[in-house]
Design a protein around this ligand. Structure first.
Ligand SMILES: NC(=O)c1ccc[n+]([C@@H]2O[C@H](COP(=O)([O-])OP(=O)(O)OC[C@H]3O[C@@H](n4cnc5c(N)ncnc54)[C@H](O)[C@@H]3O)[C@@H](O)[C@H]2O)c1
Length: 340
């Protein structure tokens, strides 16, 4: 059964296609790490924001401070179920993102990405909304090309433990482009590379949060493999800025566009920096490598520079200090300062 999700009595402006005019914006997965930052930034721009989430990995605390805002609305809904929405823009960020989260329910993850894409594209088609997809660098799998450009088709193991996420995201991209070609839906597909910052969960199992939490608690820092695998880390504010520019770009700008920080670092070097910034007594401990863990991960962001005039500006150490302050506050039960 299709659930119709009503919006508050809000007058949509005649033209809702420019960044300066207020719009009704739906953020699927808005109670998650990235989605909550996106909701915040959209409200700051004066938009009416509807946060849709089933709280699989999202948390109420991420959006608690937004609930008093009369332009913010929270809807508990699962994107695997059809829905209707009168919105000008839909950001589809609903999907678990960290390997432990998505591997806990692999079938659910695949369906969230595939059915979530179908239901979101159908809603966009009915309402005429622009729909922005949060895809991932995981569509490149364990790449044979470094840095990864959008033209690279990737090297993904469809039957491995990461397949539910990687193939779910790849199928979602296919659906986005087919709805665009077949039905003229206004789409934008952004491929996110590792992004970090405040509001990641203590236990989400991502490398940045793992290292910071281990360092702050002076427990062993666990590195999977020899630590020479590389990653590129983008601070959350930079990433959200990229997505907002993408949403505001003209309808010919559909992507896919890589959004991430091209500064590449080994996992071992990341651990050393975290140790240094936290003055930690933790030791580095090496565990066996994880199946299908990519050895290299670095975006080529020429397309984002050219089409969106966007590139990240936050230095790794600056972003890490803000993230460490956030986790430090969480671990010591201090009030978490929203301003970090
Ligand atoms: N953070 C990163 O480094 C990164 C990298 C690549 C891609 N992404 C993508 O960005 C998006 C957001 O990631 P995040 O890091 O904020 O993760 P997150 O787990 O913090 O947020 C995901 C949100 O989606 C919600 N959700 C999950 N399944 C849902 C469903 N079936 N129906 C409705 N809501 C559902 C969760 O409850 C959560 O609030 C995801 O699509 C993820 O694949 C993130």
């Amino acid at each position: 059964m299709r659930s119709f999700i009503p919006t508050e009595a809000y007058q949509e402006p005649a033209s809702a296609s420019t960044s300066s005019r207020p719009k009704t914006v739906l953020v699927n997965g808005g109670a998650g790490f990235l989605g909550s930052h996106l909701c915040e930034r959209l409200l700051e721009r004066g938009h009416q924001v509807i946060c849709l989430d089933n709280f699989y990995t999202g948390r109420r605390v991420n959006i608690e401070h937004l609930l008093q805002n009369t332009r913010f609305q929270l809807l508990e809904h699962d994107v695997r179920q059809p829905y209707d929405m009168e919105a000008s823009v839909i950001f589809n960020f609903a999907s678990p993102a960290s390997p432990p989260d998505y591997q806990r329910d692999p079938v659910g993850t695949l369906l969230t990405n595939v059915l979530g894409a179908v239901n979101t594209l159908d809603a966009a088609r009915r309402s005429g909304a622009t729909v922005v997809q949060s895809s991932t660098s995981e569509v490149y799998g364990d790449p044979h090309q470094n840095p990864q450009r959008e033209t690279y088709f990737g090297n993904v193991n469809p039957i491995g433990p990461r397949g539910c996420y990687d193939e779910g995201k790849r199928s979602a991209e296919t659906l986005f482009f087919d709805y665009h070609r077949k039905y003229g839906v206004d789409i934008k597909v952004g491929r996110i590379f590792n992004t970090y910052g405040p509001r990641m969960r203590l236990d989400d199992g991502r490398v940045v949060s793992n290292f910071i939490v281990q360092a702050l608690s002076n427990t062993d820092i666990t590195i999977y493999g020899d630590g020479r695998q590389t990653r590129s880390f983008c601070y959350v504010d930079d990433l959200i800025d990229g997505f907002l520019r993408f949403a505001d770009a003209g309808e010919n700008c559909v992507g896919p566009i890589n959004l991430g920080n091209p500064a590449e670092i080994t996992v071992r070097d990341l651990a050393e920096i975290v140790l240094d910034l936290t003055n930690s007594r933790s030791r580095l401990v090496y565990l066996s490598a994880v199946a299908d863990d990519p050895q290299q991960r670095r975006p080529d962001i020429s397309r984002a520079r050219e089409d969106l005039n966007w590139w990240p500006t936050t230095e790794l150490k600056t972003g890490l200090k803000r993230t460490i302050a956030y986790f430090d506050a969480l671990l010591t039960h201090k009030e978490v300062v929203e301003a970090v």
